[in-house]
Design a protein around this ligand. Structure first.
Ligand SMILES: Nc1nc2c(c(=O)[nH]1)N[C@H]1C(S)=C(S)[C@@H](COP(=O)(O)O)O[C@H]1N2
Ligand SMILES: [Mo]
Length: 331
């Protein structure tokens, strides 16, 4: 992404993201991937019936009970990314712009007590304590691909429930057309809030139908455990058919509006990051192609590139929402 520096010049620290990857894949990972071979593409253990027996559990955080998702298309059978990668290779700019910064710095985030305020054009605005939000609906496991706009991807088993469950509870008024997601911006616990990378807080937004789509997940956990801080604890959004930056971490406010929200990345670089940001191999970022991606943890020796899929492979589920829309114009 684009970083605004102190002197208002622009750098992009993520050039490395688009090129060689051997520097971050250690020897162990290379060997593990080589050993996995074709078997690495077998059904992910979490998606099979034997999840608990087979999947190596990180075992560091509290377990989060969930059932497998009943939502059609909500779980991919692709090989899961390692928990280690999902929890150490992160974008969470409030804690720094290097991939390893969030895991190193996010211990300072205080996730309890935590409240999420729901406001704006709804019949029932409310302040939800995290404990109440956790109980609002049954939690499910959803195995989603995550595609970052920078050109890398992972496969992550999230735990949570459809955001629609919460939306229905607060009863949006007919004038509500968009939903704005505001994330925590606490300079005392987040060392990079106050930096000029972005205007804080980090804000994202969805159109009402996108927010109501069953794939849009309000997530409290991953790999069967509560979210580690660097992944957006205690509650984040996951919108699997959009670039990762649409999935705001550590949410504190959900606001229903009649106007398209001003979002952080769109505001920082409108020609690079549109409001929609649907994953689309045919709409290039002005500075790089989006036709392919690098799956984190995948065969580092060959540095193979995967083809990026329209709507990140969720076209059957979400394509209808964009019927007739010019996807190049509304990027
Ligand atoms: N609050 C906040 N949310 C955020 C970000 C961020 O910097 N701050 N980065 C986004 C980006 S660019 C991506 S790719 C995903 C990364 O999620 P992950 O680190 O859990 O893979 O989080 C998104 N949510
Ligand atoms: Mo991203």
């Amino acid at each position: 992404m684009l970083i605004k520096t102190r002197n208002d010049g622009f750098i992009h620290p993520l050039a490395s993201e688009i090129s060689a990857r051997s520097h971050y894949l250690g020897r162990r990972a290379l060997l593990r991937n080589a050993a996995a071979g074709a078997a690495g593409w077998a059904i992910a253990p979490w998606a099979s019936g034997q999840a608990m027996a087979q999947a190596p559990r990180p075992g560091k955080l509290a377990a989060l009970a969930s059932a497998r998702s009943a939502v059609a298309g909500a779980s991919t059978m692709e090989k899961l990314s390692d928990y280690k990668d999902a929890s150490s290779y992160n974008n969470f700019y409030e804690f720094g712009t290097d991939k390893s910064d969030p895991a190193r710095n996010a211990h300072s985030l205080k996730t309890s007590p935590w409240t999420v305020e729901v406001e704006g054009l709804v019949k029932k605005p409310a302040k939800y304590a995290l404990e109440d939000l956790l109980k609002l609906s049954a939690q499910e496991e959803r195995i989603y691909r995550l595609r970052c706009v920078e050109g890398w991807s992972m496969v992550i088993p999230w735990v949570g429930y459809s955001l629609a469950e919460l939306v229905r509870k607060v009863e949006p008024l007919s004038g509500a057309k968009f939903v704005e997601f505001v994330t925590l911006a606490d300079p005392k616990t987040m060392p990079f809030v106050g930096s000029r990378v972005l205007d804080w807080p980090y804000v994202e937004g969805l159109r009402m139908d996108e927010a109501m789509h069953p794939l849009t997940l309000l997530s409290f956990g991953m790999y069967g455990e509560v979210l580690p801080n660097q992944s957006g604890a205690p509650v984040r959004l996951v919108v699997p058919w959009k670039y990762g930056f649409k999935s705001g971490k550590s949410l504190v406010k959900i606001r229903f509006t009649d106007k398209q929200p001003v979002t952080a990345w769109n505001q920082a670089a409108p020609s690079e990051y549109g409001f929609y940001s649907n994953v689309n191999p045919e709409v290039d970022h002005p500075r790089w192609s989006q036709a392919s991606e690098r799956r984190i943890g995948e065969d580092g020796l060959l540095a193979k590139k995967r083809k990026t899929l329209l709507f990140n492979g969720y076209e059957a589920q979400v394509g209808q929402m964009y019927a007739g829309m010019d996807l190049k114009k509304f990027f």
